[in-house]
Design a binder for this molecule. Structure first.
Ligand SMILES: *Cc1c(COP(=O)(O)O)cnc(C)c1O
Length: 396
């Protein structure tokens, strides 16, 4: 086995049948059939066949999937048009009406909507537990539980779920386990090492890494990926040829980018942790993080995601302060999404106003003074200086 830095560049190169060093973009919806009709039947029915019709697959999708399966140590992988296409197709390939899911209270907002609104309509029940409490997962298991679904670190407060515990719990009860590994990226965390069955990504974030595409990935066993592919075929969330080419291009520098991002984020977190205008700094790479030991056991780096809570004794003042910081930042752009080369910042209480009511916000740990930051690869001194000036002059 080669190292992941090498795999990122060379895995799946057999899908490039051309003489071009860089895999071409196959900007076509359909492919010529072989004269031999029995071969055409294979092309039309085989999962992810790269030369039949775009919704079934294409060579760059196959190459991106081969890299992702290699990184996540699974037999196979499937890339789709968005992270949510991957998440919904992956879950629908495991559960059916009458089944039950155990998951955590803090989840990506789209995933939360899928569990709360969509699955309820299809008679799949879901129990939400505190991800920091291992026993809560165990206690929530019922006779009809088919899936344990976790996200770690989670959005936006960066709490951690104990992957070794979840992997063992699933094995003990014969329940499928699934992890959204978007925030960590395969550079910082490999859930398969802890017995997790299926790994999901919004490739829109670190994997693509340049904020210029949307994509998603499901990584798992060959048989499982085949059944996800069959769902995806009718749900229709195929990844476009150009976006999968951008994803391939972005992934080549994944290891370099994430290492730089880990280092920038840790230095920025250290700066926040002693700043008088910052009440709380949430970063899994800081020894003050309540789950630092667990983070060290299952992660190789702290990621580029951190959250801070600015001062403000009332909700109104904290909100005003957050607003002031956002308006003064110049290097950090106020925009949704994460995982790109440019640093971004958002105000979660505003961004998820439409998805969460007040009690949901507080159970998800979202406060008025909270800012979520996705650190990029700019020079650390410029990132620190930007927050230094933006945090000046806040009132209590
Ligand atoms: C962005 C994100 C998703 C959804 O991905 P899309 O590509 O936007 O569909 C899912 N999970 C996490 C953790 C995310 O950050």
């Amino acid at each position: 086995m080669s190292h992941l830095e090498t795999d990122l560049i060379h895995l799946g190169r057999e899908f490039n049948e051309s003489k071009a060093v860089v895999t071409p973009i196959y900007q076509t919806s359909t492919y010529l059939a072989d004269a031999d009709l029995s071969a055409y039947i294979v092309a039309a029915t085989e999962a992810k066949h790269p030369h039949f019709y775009q919704r079934h697959g294409n060579p760059t999708n196959s190459q991106a999937a081969a890299i992702l399966a290699g990184l996540e140590k699974t037999e196979d992988a499937l890339v789709l048009a968005t992270g949510m296409a991957a998440i919904s197709s992956a879950i629908l390939a495991v559960v059916k009406a009458g089944n039950h899911i155990v998951t955590q209270q803090s989840l990506y907002s789209g995933t939360m909507l899928f569990f709360k609104e969509f699955l309820a309509d299809y008679e799949v029940s879901v129990t939400f537990v505190d991800q920091k409490d291992n026993e809560a997962f165990a206690n929530a298991i019922q006779d009809n539980t088919k899936l344990i679904y976790v996200e770690t670190p989670s959005n936006p407060n960066l709490d951690i779920t104990d992957l070794a515990f979840i992997g063992a719990l699933g094995k003990k009860h014969g329940i499928t386990t699934m992890v959204d590994n978007t925030f960590a990226s395969p550079i910082n965390q490999t859930p398969r090492d802890f017995g997790i069955d299926i790994v999901l990504h919004s490739a829109t974030k670190y994997l693509g890494g340049h904020s210029d595409l949307t994509a998603g990935a499901v990584c798992g066993s060959k048989d499982y990926i085949k059944s996800v592919w069959r769902r995806a075929l009718v749900l229709g969330g195929a990844l476009s040829p150009f976006d999968s080419w951008l994803l391939l291009r972005g992934m080549k520098t994944l290891a370099m980018r994430v290492k730089q991002i880990n280092s920038n984020a840790l230095q920025l977190a250290n700066f926040f942790s002693t700043h008088p205008a910052v009440k709380y700094t949430g970063y899994v790479g800081l020894s003050s993080h309540p789950q630092f030991e667990l983070a060290n056991r299952q992660m190789r780096g702290g990621t580029g995601m951190l959250c801070i809570e600015v001062i403000g004794d009332s909700e109104e003042q904290a909100y005003k302060n957050a607003q002031q910081v956002l308006s003064k930042l110049q290097v950090f752009a106020n925009a949704a999404s994460l995982g790109g080369v440019e640093s971004l910042v958002v105000h979660p209480a505003s961004m998820w106003g439409s998805h969460h009511d007040k009690t949901q916000k507080s159970s998800a740990g979202i406060t008025m003074g909270m800012l979520r930051i996705s650190v990029g690869i700019e020079h650390i001194e410029d990132l620190v200086a930007d927050f230094e000036q933006a945090l000046t002059g806040l009132s209590r």
